[in-house]
Design a protein around this ligand. Structure first.
Ligand code: SF4
Length: 197
């Protein structure tokens, strides 16, 4: 029972020939509000704190979670400040909104690249609900369709530019049945990866 702590101490002291490292080298990239519902617009939070079923699923399969910054907060602030009468979609699909999303997409892609360089595999990008102006995921034949969130589209474009083409899937937590479907989709992928070990 004490073997593992002893091994870790030996590693720290540099007296063990066998470095200990438990990481799975796998991770998903999730939208900020999946782990922090405070990022959501007023009236849009589906949990008090986080999407715990998603967190639990990733933990069960030993997959880390990269939390991406909320594009709406980055572009408009937590209060989604914009001219009276302007929809959030229009605000995010403006030149300024798209530019913020492109900058975030570069930042997130840099982080994903850095993990990839250390042998970590991106399992999937997990976006948001179907009407989210920043993070909706709507699949088309060759990639995300135009009604997808501005940030998700920018991220797919940037990742593809870097020869990285992960699966994108919205975690539709506004509806328990659709969330179950999305979690089942993720679990199937995680099962397939686990059987590859
Ligand atoms: S823009 Fe994306 S990260 Fe921000 S609250 Fe909406 S779905 Fe979540």
């Amino acid at each position: 029972m004490l073997q593992k702590p002893l091994r870790v101490i030996k590693n720290l002291l540099g007296v063990s020939p066998q470095p200990t490292d438990e990481r799975s080298h796998r991770f998903v990239a999730v939208i900020e509000c999946a782990l922090n519902q405070n990022a959501r617009d007023t009236g849009a939070a589906c949990f008090p704190d986080m999407n715990f079923p998603l967190l639990e699923l990733c933990h069960r399969y030993g997959v880390g979670i990269l939390q991406m910054p909320c594009p709406e907060v980055a572009a408009l602030g937590p209060g989604r400040k914009r001219p009276p009468g302007q929809s959030l979609r229009v605000a995010m699909d403006s030149e300024a909104g798209r530019s913020t999303c492109r900058a975030l997409a570069r930042e997130v892609s840099d982080t994903i690249d850095a993990y990839a360089a250390r042998g970590c595999e991106l399992v999937a990008v997990l976006g948001g609900n179907p009407l989210s102006p920043g993070c909706a995921v709507h699949q088309g034949e060759d990639g995300l369709r135009a009604e997808s969130g501005v940030f998700m589209q920018a991220l797919q474009t940037e990742l593809r530019r870097r020869q990285c083409d992960p699966a994108f899937r919205g975690m539709r937590d506004y509806d328990p049945e659709q969330l179950r479907e999305d979690l089942a989709w993720l679990q199937e992928r995680l099962e397939a990866l686990a059987s590859r070990k």
